[in-house]
Design a binder for this molecule. Structure first.
Ligand code: KG4
Ligand code: ZN
Length: 477
């Protein structure tokens, strides 16, 4: 817990300071701060009976100088620096300061990254500021109406139970995911009833570990978000009930997020998105081209007439007697494949897709080979399926961009993890701001729900405690 430094903390703070810096501040400095001689305050964070970090600020009328944040060596890279920074920002806001200002060594990339993520801007470089001759950046951020909001988000639409806590600067305070894949793999696909029961078993511990990891008190969260649809109804209900209980108990606004908006907005982890934007959404349940005019306007301009692309990957893998989920398996097999088998290219006019014909062609081909005694070459078959399917995605996306010129193109959904698709996107769209989602956030997670939820919060789009989950909700709703 972070508290103002007390006299009994002095020795420990001095010893951490001496360990961390070649030119440490001396005991008198901290003593003066304790006695309030410098219009400053030192805060210390006690964890497990130890001080893990401390921070020092000085208040000068409307300005707050952040003079130091120090994290004990063995507690670095665990979010304690960010936690202290947030606390000091909150204190400065409470004191009606309008700016926070600091100097940082230009070589301290990690600290600069932390400050930039938290909206500090570099104003100028001070040459030779430090005694060793290093330059310093002068950084500043405004504090008026500027405290980032924090959202706790829950995702449970299919077979991942997940919870994440993320502020509006997209600092990830925590992101916890458990997958039921191992269980469903035994059945070759997701069994809805089993999925719901497993969500029930997991949800409370997942939320608790997200809260613990974020080192945050639930009463300091600004809103609770959850996936309201689309997805499996039983699975959606579990996340929905958990979110509603928290929102009710802590009296927080409740945000029902469309799952695919989550897949789209997780791209903001890479960089801010510009509009109008085209989203190629490729997941286990959806294949859609979505024209996004602004963060509230989504129009489906192309969709699959039958199977989703992820579903086709999963079914083709099943034909090859490979494990669920099939996407990663086919991705791997195809890397070793050669152009050997011919598969028909799906023919659908305009911007729509169809993958069931292709899937059946794979089935027919493997039966034919089997009947004529030829062992199927799985690498080559994976290659043929993948090249055919992905080239359709690329061709339709090009067509969509011709009809709806955009500034940004994003890839979204579980199939966005596919290495060949990522490569094809890079090769085929060199002239647009192409954003590919971070690999570890392509398949379902709650961080993506939090990213989208920040847009809902900005527009104050809330749902009430009696809003039902919507298993077949459209992104246009
Ligand atoms: O978005 P997601 O996690 O769940 C849905 O919202 O549907 O997507 C899951 C889908 C599965 O069909 C899975 O096979 C596919 O994404 N997938 C992949 C890859 N990784 C996951 N497909 C192709 N290549 C991959 N590397
Ligand atoms: Zn998904």
């Amino acid at each position: 817990m972070i508290e103002k430094m007390r006299p009994e903390d002095l020795e420990e703070v001095v010893s951490i300071e001496e360990e961390a810096f070649s030119r440490p501040w001396d005991r008198d400095y901290f003593l003066n701060e304790l006695e309030g001689k410098n219009f400053g305050e030192v805060y210390v964070d006690h964890v497990d009976g130890k001080i893990v970090s401390y921070g020092n600020v000085r208040y000068m009328f409307e300005n707050c100088d952040l003079t130091k944040i120090c994290v004990r060596k063995e507690y670095r890279h665990q979010g304690y620096g960010r936690k202290m920074l947030k606390h000091l920002i909150r204190k400065a806001v409470e004191k009606d300061c309008e700016f926070m200002h600091l100097e940082v060594d230009v070589n301290n990339k990690e600290a600069i990254g932390l400050y930039e993520k938290n909206r500090f801007m570099t104003m100028r470089t001070r040459k030779g500021y430090y005694e060793n001759g290093d330059d310093a950046y002068d950084m500043v951020r405004g504090l008026i109406n500027n405290d980032p909001k924090v959202i706790l988000a829950i995702e449970s639409s299919c077979d991942e139970t997940a919870c994440a806590i993320v502020d509006e600067d997209l600092n990830v305070l925590s992101s916890v995911v458990t997958s039921q894949i191992d269980v469903h793999a035994r059945f070759g696909g997701v069994i809805p009833e089993v999925a719901s029961r497993m969500h029930v078993e997991q949800i409370s511990t997942i939320v608790k570990s997200a809260v613990d990891q974020a080192k945050i008190d639930l009463k300091d969260v600004d809103a609770i978000a959850y996936t309201i649809g689309p997805g499996l109804i039983g699975s959606l209900h579990v996340g929905g009930i958990a979110a509603k209980s928290l929102a009710f108990f802590y009296d927080k606004p409740l945000i029902g997020v469309h799952h695919l908006k989550g897949h789209i907005f997780v791209n903001e982890m890479i960089r801010p998105l510009q509009y109008p934007m085209m989203a190629l959404v490729v997941s286990g349940g959806h294949t859609e081209l979505v024209y996004v005019e602004n963060d509230e306007s989504f129009r489906i301009i192309g969709t699959t007439l039958d199977d989703a692309i992820g579903e086709a990957y999963d079914k083709v893998a099943r034909v090859m007697k490979e494990a669920y989920p099939g996407g990663p398996v086919i991705d791997r097999l195809a890397k070793e494949g050669k152009p050997h088998y011919q598969l028909p290219t799906p023919k659908v006019d305009g911007l729509n897709f169809s993958f069931s014909g292709l899937k059946n062609a794979v089935l027919q081909l493997s039966k034919k080979e089997e009947n004529s005694g030829n062992p199927i070459n799985k690498n080559d078959l994976a290659y043929a399926f993948q090249e055919t399917a992905l080239n359709v995605l690329i061709r339709k996306t090009k067509l969509a961009l011709e009809q709806y010129p955009c500034k940004t193109l994003v890839l979204a959904g579980g199939v966005a993890a596919n290495s060949r698709l990522r490569q094809l996107m890079e090769e085929n769209f060199p002239d647009i701001d192409l954003v590919l989602p971070p690999l570890k956030y392509c398949t379902d997670n709650a961080l993506m729900i939090a990213c989208a939820a920040h847009h809902y919060l900005k527009h104050r789009k809330f749902v009430s405690l009696d809003t039902p989950s919507m298993p077949s909700m459209s992104i246009e709703d």
